[in-house]
Design a binder for this molecule. Structure first.
Ligand SMILES: *Cc1c(COP(=O)(O)O)cnc(C)c1O
Length: 382
């Protein structure tokens, strides 16, 4: 067994360009949650994705929370949300003391099922109710099917919050992921395609809402020289030092997307054609996925294995792999919550969780390291 350093699922990958922006922050003493890097980073992200504006925040979770506040989500309200996601999509619903209702995935993109969403909307309308918002998550670098989802939401006049934390740079019919809903959310956490170590961004075409988000994110200070407050505020702004990291990262985002896609193609070529029972997350024809993480499904019966066995086997070789997100409707904390399944009794998100695996997809992983991962996967699966 060869000794090597740990191969991670995804780890920060600096380009070298970040340092200059960070130095600028130090030289000018803008070591604060505002400053030129924050303003420029907002402008550059808005330009990149084609939204009217953007607000830089301390995390993607904070951005989701502010989107809910801006949509006036309150105690007793209902918010629909993709079930197959990271818990950060849902926690802000609880911060507002609202109730989440979970919507299943569809098999073609793994994202929110329009069938399930339509049934959920109808079930609520029949009771004379509707959700305050729908949080649609774009998983693992791929956009959800917004034509179908938006048609349903428009019919019931419910705004969409696009959780694009995992899909910055992906497209849907030529539009950038995160710009289709009323609000879009990006994350710059350490594992995302670009990172500021921690951070997030809220984008929208609605300037008033974005200004309000900036106000709420800086403790909701009224326009007065003395300290006066009429709203609950938050301390959610991004540091000017970290925004500097983000500016450098943004300049290599397109390169990172191509690297992520190459990583996916290498896995796909090496595994899907040679091993029966392995299939990769499909790329829907309506857009381009960044392949933030390469994820695949394993026919556990055919290959006589289990996901925990594979994860543990790789871990012993110092290779990190992970389960697909455990759906929210299967989480102990949400066991009382409603769930709308894709079709009939076909719980797609549970199936994806049971049989899915995320492979090391760091853009700083060498080809040789990826070859090792492939070799060990072949050992396990053949
Ligand atoms: C990472 C992530 C978030 C949260 O972003 P943070 O910046 O870590 O708060 C939200 N939703 C999804 C789907 C994510 O993957």
């Amino acid at each position: 067994m060869t000794e090597h350093k740990r191969i991670y699922l995804a780890s920060p990958h600096m380009s070298g360009l970040e340092q200059q922006y960070v130095n600028d922050a130090f030289i000018t003493n803008w070591v604060a949650p505002l400053g030129p890097n924050v303003d420029a980073f907002e402008k550059e992200v808005a330009e990149y994705v084609g939204s009217a504006g953007a607000v830089a925040l301390s995390s993607g979770t904070a951005a989701i929370h502010l989107a809910l506040v801006l949509l006036n989500v309150q105690a007793g309200d209902t918010v629909f949300c993709s079930s197959l996601t990271f818990v950060a999509s849902v926690n802000p619903i609880l911060y507002q003391k609202a109730t989440p209702v979970f919507i299943d995935s569809e098999p073609d993109s793994w994202n929110m099922s329009p069938c399930a969403l339509g049934r959920a909307m109808k079930a609520y309308a029949d009771k004379g109710k509707k959700p305050k918002a729908v949080i649609v998550v774009n998983l693992y670098g791929q956009s959800a099917d917004y034509d179908s989802l938006k048609k349903i939401c428009d019919e019931y006049e419910v705004p969409i919050i696009e959780d694009a934390a995992e899909s910055l740079g992906a497209t849907y019919k030529g539009r950038m992921s995160g710009t289709i809903g009323k609000f879009g959310v990006y994350s710059f956490n350490g594992n995302k395609i670009i990172t500021t170590s921690g951070g997030g961004m809220l984008v929208s075409d609605d300037f008033d809402s974005l200004n309000k988000a900036r106000f709420l994110a800086t403790q909701a200070r009224d326009k007065a020289v003395y300290y006066q407050h009429s709203h609950i505020g938050y301390n959610y702004r991004l540091s000017n030092v970290l925004a500097g990291i983000g500016r450098g990262q943004l300049r290599v985002l397109d390169e990172r997307i191509e690297q992520k896609r190459s990583i996916y193609y290498r896995y796909n070529r090496a595994l899907s054609h040679t091993i029966a029972g392995v299939s990769f997350m499909p790329e829907a024809t309506y857009g381009k996925s960044t392949r933030w993480l390469t994820t695949l499904l394993i026919d556990l019966q055919l290959l006589k294995t289990s996901i925990p066995y594979i994860i543990n086997y790789l871990d012993c070789l110092n290779i990190e792999s992970r389960n697909v997100w455990k759906p929210m409707h299967l989480q102990p904390m949400f066991k009382e919550c409603e769930f709308f399944v894709h079709e009939g009794s076909q719980d797609v998100s549970q199936f994806l969780y049971n049989t899915g695996l995320c492979l090391p997809s760091g853009t700083n992983m060498s080809e040789d390291e990826q070859e090792q991962v492939i070799r060990h996967l072949r050992e396990i699966l053949s």
